[in-house]
Design a protein around this ligand. Structure first.
Ligand code: MG
Length: 436
């Protein structure tokens, strides 16, 4: 049995690597492992050039292990997550917003959620050969094509927008997995669509992370065409960000507030690092660790809407996977009722400072006690790192999950206070690191 040469296998968003021979071999091993545990598996991929080779590798593993496997072709992660309800598991081949030379695998449950830590451990043990894998000629399966995944996802989303949407929308899919579904869905809903980068070129014409600095053309096109809305996705379209009718990028924190307002839910789930502007509304807000899988986990039992300001919006009535496609329809529906610029302006923006220093925090309890005695916060949350809450703001100190760095985020009603919290926190942590 080949061993994967880099461990641990799973990061916060599944398996993500440079697409090379090792990744193709690993995809085969993961296919074997998943097929050993789950009998029927849906497979999809984004537009990356390496996607086809990985599709063949992962399906070869699934079929050799005796699992039935349906190839859904190129489709967004939320589409594969939605279709996985008809299967025992789903495998999405994507590296999300990473550059085109990367690729990876996201493993999905029938409710659309990502594999849990226990499920990942089981797959990792099988890949590493520490659990038995059987491959026998008489149990190998024949692959099937599943050609209606996108159609079914569109049908389900359309049920929630029966009145249609009259709007002019510019859509920048970055040549990623939503290149067909989002323009098609919004056209079917009644929108006039101006497509940007809506063809499947896995080399991506611009960086596919939907952040303001990557969306200059979208903002300009919205302005020049007199559109009511601009929409952008990342490579696998589990994320959606928007531009208002003046061509202005709407921040993730504002978009969270806007989507929450029209969600019909009184309970909103978001991450510990989202702006305090959401707390100043009439919703009950629950905070989770940083990362959309934690938002999804909470939404299993509480609330009808949640999200992370990176653009990952979860609508549990569809699935527990962040659904950039549903979010695109939702924001278009909202924009058809009210100008997005005035909605965005109605949500306060507070100064946020972000940064990091090299290092690790061996003992979070000691650091917490130092921070408590020196900065005198009103309260402390320890959901993810250490969050100090003050009268007019907060400070979050969090060890990075992927590299030896300590991340600092502060937000306050004034620039001065945000800087003070940030600098105070930095000083206490530096003193702690020097004293270790
Ligand atoms: Mg993504």
């Amino acid at each position: 049995m080949l061993k994967s040469n880099i461990m641990p296998l799973f990061g916060t968003s599944g398996i993500r690597r440079l697409a090379n021979r090792d990744l193709v071999q690993l995809a085969f091993q993961v296919g074997l492992a998943v097929g050993t545990v789950y009998g029927r598996v849906a497979v999809g991929r984004d537009t990356r050039t390496s996607g086809s080779a990985l599709r063949h590798a992962v399906t070869a593993g699934l079929l050799a292990s005796g699992a039935r496997c349906s190839d859904c072709g190129i489709a967004p992660t939320p589409t594969i997550a939605y279709i996985t309800r008809e299967f025992e598991a789903g495998i999405m081949i994507t590296a999300s917003h990473n550059p085109p030379q990367y690729n990876g695998l996201k493993l999905l449950n029938p409710d659309g959620s990502a594999f849990s830590a226990e499920q990942q451990k089981q797959i990792e043990d099988l890949v590493n050969g520490t659990a038995p894998l059987k491959v026998q000629w008489d149990t190998m399966q024949i692959g099937e094509v599943y050609s209606t995944a996108v159609e079914k996802h569109i049908e389900r989303i359309r049920q929630d927008f029966p009145g249609g949407i009259k709007l002019k929308v510019v859509i920048d899919c970055g040549c990623g997995a939503a290149y067909f579904i989002t323009p098609h869905l919004l056209t079917q809903l009644g929108c006039e669509v101006i497509p940007l980068n809506c063809y499947p070129n896995g080399l991506f014409p611009h960086d596919v992370e939907p952040i303001e600095s990557n969306l200059g053309t979208l903002m300009q096109t919205v302005r020049e065409s007199g559109a009511d809305l601009g929409i952008a996705h990342d490579g696998d379209a589990d994320r959606m960000m928007a531009v208002d009718e003046t061509g202005r990028f709407i921040s993730g924190d504002k978009l969270l507030g806007i989507l929450a307002r029209f969600s019909g839910s009184k309970n909103i789930v978001t991450t510990i690092d989202a702006s305090m502007s959401i707390d100043e509304t009439h919703y009950k807000v629950k905070r989770t660790r940083v990362g959309d899988p934690y938002v999804s986990e909470e939404l299993k039992n509480w609330g009808k809407f949640g999200g992370e300001p990176s653009g990952a919006w979860v609508f549990p009535q569809i699935s527990l996977c962040p659904d950039g496609i549903y979010a695109a329809a939702q924001i278009a529906d909202i924009a058809s009722r009210q100008k997005l610029s005035s909605l965005a302006d109605s949500i306060p923006t507070y100064p946020i400072i972000r940064g990091n220093i090299p290092g690790t925090l061996a003992n979070l309890t000691d650091v917490r006690e130092s921070l408590k005695s020196r900065l005198n916060p009103l309260s402390i949350d320890t959901i993810d790192g250490i969050k100090l809450n003050f009268e007019d703001g907060w400070l979050l100190i969090r060890p990075s999950g992927t590299e030896p760095k300590i991340r600092f985020t502060s937000e306050a009603k004034s620039e001065t206070a945000a800087h003070r919290y940030y600098e105070d926190g930095l000083r206490v942590v530096r003193n702690y690191l020097q004293g270790e």
